[in-house]
Design a protein around this ligand. Structure first.
Ligand code: FPP
Length: 248
């Protein structure tokens, strides 16, 4: 059966269908306030909670946040462990409310490598929200865009080698379907808008295939200082941009 993929082009142009966020600046926020990096991530988690609520109220269908990249393992064990402990804490304190609000949680990335308590929290969040059809909230964890594309290529090569598909007949849609945002997660449409905080203007290996036609928006605010009002202003400014998808 052919699945119908919701495309960015088909979205209501005023409110983006899918907003993806690179939550950057927790460390600098911590330094600025003379607290530990982990306290900065905790403040980042509180900011994330508020952005999820506002995205839901605004009628955004898909919200994706970049919480832990494949490169973030290079940080100190203490910081890495602390981020995963925050995930456990977040699920523990917020899952009931997310579920009441009909939010569906999904994970993008290879979360099999995460510590056992984080995996258990993820399993619970996925199971509890599995039937929810409100805001589709995806957390990128141990996620890397190149790694995601490589995984999709290997999957398609294996299927071609076994004779299931023909290499020459591989399409863009088949690649999309084999990404984390593909069939395994219900075919999440490509992001219409990608926001990055903290004044950095790059994608840092985030949604590299999916960002082909995404609008990009940047703010100097450090992630813990990023308010729902600023989020709403940026999203609405997006509604004024004209997207041509390569056409005129
Ligand atoms: C980037 O700031 C932020 C991260 C790598 C972690 C993001 C984590 C959270 C917002 C909270 C935890 C939420 C979940 C779901 C686990 P940075 O540390 O790179 O900041 P810097 O560039 O100023 O050092």
């Amino acid at each position: 059966m052919t699945e119908i993929r919701e495309t960015a082009a088909g979205a209501d142009s005023r409110i983006p269908h899918h907003v993806a966020v690179i939550m950057d600046g927790n460390g600098r926020w911590a330094q600025k306030h003379g607290v530990s990096r982990l306290a900065g991530h905790n403040a980042g988690m509180l900011a994330m909670k508020e952005i999820i609520k506002r995205a839901d109220v605004m009628g955004i269908r898909y919200l994706t946040v970049y919480a832990f990249s494949t490169e973030n393992w290079k940080r100190s064990q203490e910081e890495v462990g602390g981020i995963f402990s925050l995930l456990v804490k977040y699920v523990g304190s917020e899952l009931a409310e997310l579920n009441e609000n009909n939010v569906r949680v999904r994970i993008l990335g290879d979360w099999s490598r995460l510590p056992a308590p984080a995996r258990a929290s993820i399993e619970k969040a996925l199971a509890v929200t599995a039937d929810n059809d409100g805001l589709q909230f995806s957390i990128a964890l141990n996620y890397g865009g190149r790694q995601e594309i490589l995984r999709a290529v290997r999957n398609l090569c294996a299927r071609a080698a076994s004779g299931e598909i023909e290499a020459a007949a591989v399409t863009e849609e088949m690649i999309s379907d084999a990404l984390y945002t593909g069939k395994e997660n219900g075919c999440i449409p490509d992001p219409d808008l990608i926001i990055r905080t903290s004044g950095e203007e790059r994608l840092s290996n985030f949604l590299l295939w999916q960002c082909a036609y995404s609008e990009l928006a940047f703010t100097d605010s450090l992630w813990p200082d990023f308010t729902p009002d600023e989020f709403e202003t940026m999203v609405k400014a997006f509604g004024n941009r004209k997207r041509r998808f390569g056409g005129r």
